[in-house]
Ligand binder design. Structure first.
Ligand SMILES: [Zn+2]
Length: 211
């Protein structure tokens, strides 16, 4: 099943149909109930649209309701569609049931990320999973993400700013918090560890998830 089919099924949506036969330019599926390709001003995303000639009913439903799917984060499985807020990402992501799923996260609340959802299908939560963050596909291992998240949380608990964690350059007063909590040697070690993560998409994701 494609992403749009799974979504319609999970939400009990029966999409409208039309009468064009062809290949869907969004999901690549063959259809005899397709609509004419039409993209409004919001679709500056030609790069992600393949060269199909029609839009299938399920993808047409999403195109028609695009605002709903770009202004929220959601988890999708064959029988569940669940939207959630930023503060709940950690709860969702570290408690995923072990079954096939898609996960969409956003930092912009406006990009049409759903257009790439077919590329982030997961069979299981084990091993490497794919998450879509706006247009970016992030591949990670949940255990690894949790370790990075816990490390960040320990630093956030010491009130070290996200800006410093993002850049790897600690303000003196932030470094002092580390030194007071541990000792100079350990503080330097932690700073080096933070620096080694800078620019890593999993670090950025864990930082986004963290409070
Ligand atoms: Zn389609």
């Amino acid at each position: 099943m494609t992403f749009s089919e799974t979504l319609c099924k999970a939400r009990n949506i029966t999409p409208e149909t039309s009468n064009l036969e062809g290949t869907c330019c969004m999901c690549g599926k063959h259809t005899t109930n397709g609509f004419k390709k039409k993209f409004g001003g919001n679709f500056s995303t030609a790069d992600f649209v393949s060269n199909g000639d029609v839009i299938c009913p399920e993808c047409n439903y999403i195109v028609s309701n695009s605002n709903e799917y770009r202004r929220t984060m959601y988890y999708l499985s064959d029988d569940t569609f669940k939207t959630f807020k930023k503060k709940d990402i950690k709860e969702i992501i570290f408690n995923l049931p072990d079954k096939p799923f898609y996960l969409y996260l956003t930092q912009t609340w406006q990009k049409i990320g759903w257009i790439r959802m077919d590329q982030v299908y997961n069979d299981t939560v084990k091993g490497t999973i794919k998450i879509l963050l706006d247009y970016d596909i992030i591949e990670c291992n949940l255990e690894n993400l949790k370790n990075v998240y816990d490390f960040i949380k320990s630093l956030r608990d010491l009130k070290i700013s996200k800006t410093d964690l993002e850049s790897g350059h600690f303000e003196m007063y932030n470094f002092r918090k580390l030194k007071d909590e541990y000792d100079l040697f350990k503080a330097r070690e932690i700073l080096e560890k933070v620096k080694s993560y800078v620019g890593n998409p999993i670090w950025d994701l864990a930082l986004y998830i963290a409070d």
